[in-house]
Design a protein around this ligand. Structure first.
Ligand code: ADP
Length: 482
């Protein structure tokens, strides 16, 4: 069992108190590196979710709103708490998710960055007056908190994903009911341990854990929750759209991706390979922004494949708590089996193995070696579906038009990447790709400073940047006549 000063309580958190009425109904949290159960956390019943919403409602202040200074202080305090506890939170995160501990600590810094950004830009949410006087009016635009928000997060960035949502919700003055993924509730409990010591109003942040269907139903059906912010699969995103349609709830959805990574013949191949390694193997390839289809110009395919294989063969797979590990275990058996199925399918349909192991050589446990296959096409599962693992599938292309079309040949539109030395071509390709993020000669992902989100089936809304800051407010216009 995991021990930590940040995990002294393993319960929900409602109205400023550690509490739940699960009465011993729990679910297990595993360390994916060892398969051991490291904690048991409550599976909270519907009445707890309702209590959390009621607590949130009591913390919402409309006629006497929390000032900008007060909200900025909350954000700065959480930022500082994360920075001061980056090692311990990183350790907890590593143990329940599996990603290498250094990467986990980096995720804590990344999370702190969102609170910092919102604290520094919160003034943008202040009311402003429009100088024109149509019909002899002056118009004041207020940014009102939308109300109690349901924040539902996935397991792949246990602290990063909640930071994006919670920073913007608190900046707006919105109380929240937070549901972490069942695989990674401990990092969230650690965050609540920090917040418990801060001067946040009771009910401003509430933690619920348990069955997704139970929690999702209450959040979708409650008229007291006007907004849901969700990061996860497109399948669940679609369900939330349907289940909230009656109430016309505001939804912010960050859903699946199927990122193209395009390497033109004039690209710096070393840079393209280095960036691909960093992009693809972060979190063991279990991120929605990681390259999922690598399109390489046929003239440089062999050279690029060699550079990639050289780098991949030097990577170490193992328990993320150990020094020098680059890739930890996959989060669960279901995830492992999916990557294996994609590899198997690609090889059976004619792709060739450039680096890694044959499916039959994979060992027990959740450790999947970094794997590169060449000769991928659109009939293969790894081209059509998000693999969510350390498999690099390479396809060949000849022309710019062809690769833009191939890149867009997916219902998703989250992240994409283009490597070329030609600036004009980069501009054309970026404009042609229907993705919310197009890295040019970089595999970098989202940052607190810039809006990030998906087109098409990858979602609705943005996180980060001023756009993310404005997600949890309702603009209200107050024209004043004379
Ligand atoms: P992943 O494939 O990353 O696990 P999911 O979409 O299944 O993605 O899960 C993302 C988050 O959504 C998790 O916290 C999960 O428990 C939650 N979730 C899953 N189903 C529902 C649902 N019906 N309503 C609300 N939340 C859900």
């Amino acid at each position: 069992m995991i021990e930590s000063p940040l995990l002294e309580k393993l319960t929900g958190y409602i109205g400023g108190r550690w509490t739940d009425s699960a009465q011993g109904n729990t679910f297990d949290v595993y360390n994916p590196a060892t398969g051991e159960v490291i904690a048991k956390v409550p599976s909270m019943p519907a009445e707890d979710i309702e209590a959390a919403i009621a607590a949130g409602k009591s913390a919402l202040k409309l006629t006497n709103p929390y000032s900008i200074e007060t909200r900025r202080k909350w954000l700065e305090d959480i930022r500082d708490g994360l920075k001061d506890n980056r090692e311990e939170i990183g350790r907890i995160l590593c143990m329940e998710h599996g990603k290498p501990w250094k990467e986990a600590q980096g995720e804590v810094d990344y999370a702190a960055g969102f609170f910092d950004y919102c604290a520094k830009h919160i003034q943008a949410l202040d009311a402003h007056t429009i100088p024109e006087k149509p019909k002899d009016c002056t118009w004041t635009v207020h940014y009102r908190p939308i109300g109690v928000a349901g924040l539902i997060t996935p397991w792949n960035f246990p602290i990063g994903m909640i930071a994006k949502k919670l920073s913007a919700a608190l900046a707006a003055g919105c109380p929240s009911v937070i549901k972490p993924a069942s695989e990674t509730p401990l990092t969230m409990i650690a965050l609540f341990s920090l917040m418990d010591k801060l001067d946040l109003p009771d009910g401003m942040v509430n933690l619920v854990m348990g069955k997704a269907s139970v929690i999702g139903k209450v959040l979708c059906e409650s008229p007291d929750v006007p907004m849901l912010s969700f990061t996860g699969s497109t399948e669940v995103g679609r369900k939330l759209i349907v289940d909230t349609a009656d109430q016309v709830k505001k939804l912010a959805l960050e859903l699946g991706g199927n990122a193209p990574y395009i390497v033109f013949e004039d690209a710096d191949l070393d840079a393209a390979a280095d960036n691909l390694i960093a992009n693809k193997f972060r979190g063991g390839g279990q991120t929605c922004v990681c390259a999922n289809r690598i399109f390489v110009h046929e003239k440089v395919a062999d050279a690029f494949g060699e550079k990639l294989a050289e780098r991949v063969n030097k990577m170490t797979v193992g328990d993320g708590m150990n020094e020098g590990v680059d890739i930890g275990p996959l989060v669960n058996k279901q995830g492992f089996d999916k990557v294996k199925r994609h590899l198997d399918d690609a090889l059976q349909k004619g792709a060739s193995l450039v680096a890694g192991k044959q499916p039959g050589e994979l060992g027990d446990g959740l450790f999947f070696p970094p794997t590169v296959v060449l000769g991928v096409n659109r009939d293969m599962c790894c081209y059509q579906e998000e693999t969510f693992g350390p498999l690099v599938p390479m396809a060949l292309f000849r022309t710019e038009e062809e690769v833009i079309e191939a890149g867009n040949d997916t219902e998703f539109g989250l992240a994409s990447y283009v490597f070329t030395a030609d600036a004009e071509r980069a501009q054309r390709v970026a404009a042609g790709l229907r993705f919310g993020h197009v890295g040019w000669n970089t595999g970098t992902g989202p940052t607190p400073e810039a809006p990030f989100g998906g087109m098409k089936a990858s979602g609705i809304g943005r996180e980060g940047g001023l756009e993310g800051l404005f997600e949890f407010v309702e603009p209200q216009t107050v024209p004043r006549g004379f």
